[in-house]
Write a protein that binds this ligand. Structure first.
Ligand SMILES: Nc1nc2c(ncn2[C@@H]2O[C@H](COP(=O)(O)OP(=O)(O)OP(=O)(O)O)[C@@H](O)[C@H]2O)c(=O)[nH]1
Ligand SMILES: [Mg+2]
Length: 242
């Protein structure tokens, strides 16, 4: 009797030893791969946490930065370096980067931060926009057409709406659409001698049609704003969606 018991115990242990572990192993691999993918995806997402404040000199970026980050208006001077600050939004924390508007500096700072950018806030001085329309259009086009920021959401803040001579957001939008037509032409002829694949930028809009912002791949929203009067609701709503 004891002999039979020992025999069946031995058979049971052999069967245990021969258990098929393949499904368990496969399960573990699937879980591991999912965890690695989740980690990589999260890291990639969190790598882009910056909101870039851009625009010409004197458009109001630093005052806006100060209102957003410090919650108060500070006296500002032409910026020569970037300001960095953190902002808590509905979706988490964003890093806000106020990039100097001086034409000798803005390109370098843009190149430094563009690969970390999650969204673009482009600030326009609504009082001087008509006079400076060529510069504003050229700069906005450069930012929107850059391969690093081409797919990012963009809000154009038509700032200084507290001033009586400020142009409205829809007027500014059409002024810029008209001017971008000219900018596109100039840049196209400049690019013709260069290999398109080796440039940092893409062509914006439809080549055979007049430019308008609905033709670009990212959302470009024009809103009224006053950094001075803390009229920032549209900007806050935009930041909360990021
Ligand atoms: N009336 C009015 N003035 C504003 C507003 N926003 C900014 N300003 C003024 O515009 C001037 C320039 O503002 P800044 O914030 O320094 O401009 P910036 O875009 O940072 O300029 P750079 O640093 O040279 O690129 C300052 O005198 C601000 O007080 C606004 O909404 N309304
Ligand atoms: Mg500044």
């Amino acid at each position: 009797m004891e002999k039979i018991n020992r025999k069946s115990a031995a058979r049971a242990s052999i069967q245990l030893g021969e258990l098929d572990y393949t499904p368990i192993l496969l399960g573990c691999i699937v879980i591991l791969v999912t965890l690695v993918l989740l980690y990589v995806w999260k890291k990639k997402r969190s790598a882009r946490t910056d909101v870039l404040l851009m625009g010409l000199c004197d458009s109001g970026k630093t005052l806006l930065f100060s209102q957003l980050i410090l919650g108060e208006a500070k006296e500002t001077f032409t910026s020569t370096k970037e300001n960095l600050g953190y902002l808590a939004t509905a979706q988490g924390e964003l890093r806000v980067v106020d990039i100097p508007g001086h034409e000798r500096l803005r390109g370098t700072f843009f190149d430094q931060y563009k690969n970390f950018a999650k969204a673009i806030v482009f600030v326009v001085d609504s009082v001087t926009v008509q006079k400076d329309v060529r510069d504003v259009a050229y700069f906005l086009y450069t930012v929107l057409a850059d391969k690093a920021t081409n797919n990012l959401p963009c809000i154009v803040l038509c700032n200084k709406q507290d001033e009586t001579l400020a142009k409205g957001d829809s007027v500014i939008k059409s002024l810029l659409e008209k001017e971008i037509n000219v900018v596109r032409q100039t840049r196209k002829s400049q690019l013709q001698s260069v290999d398109q694949n080796n440039t940092d930028s893409v062509f914006l809009g439809k080549p055979d049609k007049d430019f308008d912002f609905s033709q670009v791949s990212q959302t470009v929203k024009f809103v009224p704003c006053s950094a001075q009067e803390v009229q920032l609701d549209d900007l806050i709503t935009f930041l909360d969606t990021l």
